[in-house]
Design a protein around this ligand. Structure first.
Ligand code: HEM
Length: 458
């Protein structure tokens, strides 16, 4: 065969592999509606604004283009899913990392780590850990007591102190930087941007913190005698997997611990302070919560147990409604590994980045009457039984859903229970004064403030 013929064959092969499927992909994407995009920058002009405007842009797009829309960020297509039917689709999603790739894991590696860490979330472990949550909640309640002397309390500051400070500071700043980079693709010319170096420095700090946590636990384990009665803790599982060769290096353990820090602390702080804020503005619902607390604790000052927390059904409804109105993770992102036919009749081609706008899913008037109203009755057993299973997904759904959701609910309940048994929470600013900004987690532009007063009853 002549070299020329071989060359032609190679070129044809490249065209067949690269260009033809791309044309099909572009054609399928073009059929999906969306905002105007120009051939080079795509829809970027809609996102090169302040984080507050970007938040509003997403909300507007969701209203205008429901149930599905696409937009291009330069040459990268993104499809947004807004209706539960599409979110429910039994997809083979691959985890998409956005820019967080130093913190989260992909594909097969993820599967084996998920299997490895699942025992740390068994019910027996949760029951044991409730006493630790309760201990910290009591400390939180002492801090609230001091706050009663103040004119008002900034809830973000108060609650963050009781979630792991290093992690929430990291998540906060890191999330801001990621949101900034997403709307400015040229910042990917990394060395040109000071923010790139800031992200690097933040990651170095987080990794240093995680390594020292691992080293401390390793030392503790070396000094203690092993007991078969104790339920496995996450870090112990990871360290023993390293001893048995499943995890080969400290770096893998560090990655796993980072994932948990990143995924848990800020997410758990948010529902605690948004629930307090909502209750401050809804006195009658707060009184109903208090009456339930009185029933369970019977005016005693005893710390809560796992079983006490289980009995707080109405508080459960209140937290669920708070997570509907203010989902700590307002948007998640995936990359399709195969074509996805949608409820509305389009086909989203494999390889496309897909986002699920959880915030908009939770405010969909088709599934929630008066969707911006705080109404815990939506989650009473009778009212919630007919709700579409994917119209409410604060912890995501499917195989990559939140592994820590039961943990999170217990932590939130325990903190709220300790505070609401002893204090009345009152509004400081009007509800309308709080607005949101685009970030990896739900974030308000203004501080969320309330006034605490001691209850006279106890
Ligand atoms: C109210 C609090 C929480 C909320 C709203 C929440 C929400 C979520 C959501 C939406 C995801 C999916 C993210 C995505 O697919 O992009 C997720 C994943 C995850 N969450 Fe949570 N989470 C919370 C608390 C926690 C806690 C307390 C822990 C650990 C103790 C935790 C550990 C994780 C982990 C490890 C993942 C990744 C799971 C995987 O990829 O297999 N989360 N969470």
């Amino acid at each position: 065969m002549s070299p020329f013929f071989v060359l032609v064959l190679i070129v044809l092969l490249i065209i067949a592999i690269k260009v033809l499927p791309n044309r099909r992909r572009v054609k399928l994407l073009e059929e999906i509606p969306g905002p105007y995009h120009d051939p080079i920058l795509g829809a970027l002009r809609h996102f090169i604004h302040s984080p507050e405007q970007t938040w509003t842009t997403f909300r507007n797009f969701a209203k205008v283009h429901y149930p599905i829309y696409k937009f291009w960020l330069a040459n990268v297509p993104v499809v947004s899913l807004l209706c539960p039917e599409d979110v429910e689709f039994r997809y083979m999603f691959m985890f998409h990392t956005l820019y967080v790739n130093s913190v989260v894991l992909l594909g097969r590696k993820w599967r084996s780590r998920r299997k490895l860490t699942t025992p740390a979330f068994y019910l027996s472990n949760l029951q044991e850990l409730v006493s630790i949550f309760v201990k910290h909640s009591e400390t939180l309640s002492q801090a609230v007591e001091k706050e009663c002397e103040r004119l008002y309390t900034n809830l973000d500051g108060l609650i963050s102190e009781y979630t792991l400070l290093a992690a929430s500071v990291f998540t906060f700043r890191y999330g801001e930087l990621v949101a900034h980079q997403l709307s400015r693709p040229w910042s990917m010319i990394k060395l040109l941007t000071p923010k790139y170096w800031e992200v690097k420095e933040l990651l170095r700090t987080l990794h240093g913190f995680t390594y020292s946590m691992i080293a401390n636990r390793k030392r503790q384990l070396e000094l203690s005698t092993p007991s078969s009665n104790v339920s496995p803790r996450l870090l112990d599982l990871l360290l023993s997997a390293r001893n048995s060769g499943q995890l080969t290096d400290l770096d893998s353990i560090r990655q796993e611990v980072d994932t948990f820090l990143f995924a848990s602390y800020d997410n758990t702080a948010k529902p605690i302070y948004f629930t307090l804020w909502l209750l401050a503005h809804h006195g009658s619902i707060q009184e109903k919560v208090f009456r339930e607390l009185l029933e369970v604790f019977n005016k005693t000052n005893q710390p809560a147990t796992y079983h006490d927390l289980q009995k707080l059904r109405y508080l459960d409804q209140v937290i669920k409604e708070c997570l509907r109105l203010f989902p700590a993770v307002p948007l998640i992102s995936r990359k399709l590994t195969e074509d996805m036919p949608t409820y509305s009749g389009y086909v989203v081609p494999a390889g496309t980045n897909v986002i699920v706008q959880i915030y908009d899913l939770h405010h969909n008037p088709e599934f929630y009457y008066d969707p911006y109203k705080f109404d815990p009755e939506r989650f009473s057993p009778e009212n919630s039984k007919n709700l579409h299973s994917h119209a409410y997904i604060p912890f995501c759904a499917g195989p990559r859903s939140c592994i820590g959701q039961k943990f999170a609910m217990m932590m939130i309940k325990s903190a709220l229970c300790a505070i609401l048994r002893r204090f009345i929470v009152e509004p400081v600013d009007s509800m309308k004064s709080v607005s949101f900004t685009a970030h990896l987690v739900l974030k308000t532009k203004e501080p969320v403030r309330v006034k605490f007063r001691k209850r006279l009853l106890l």
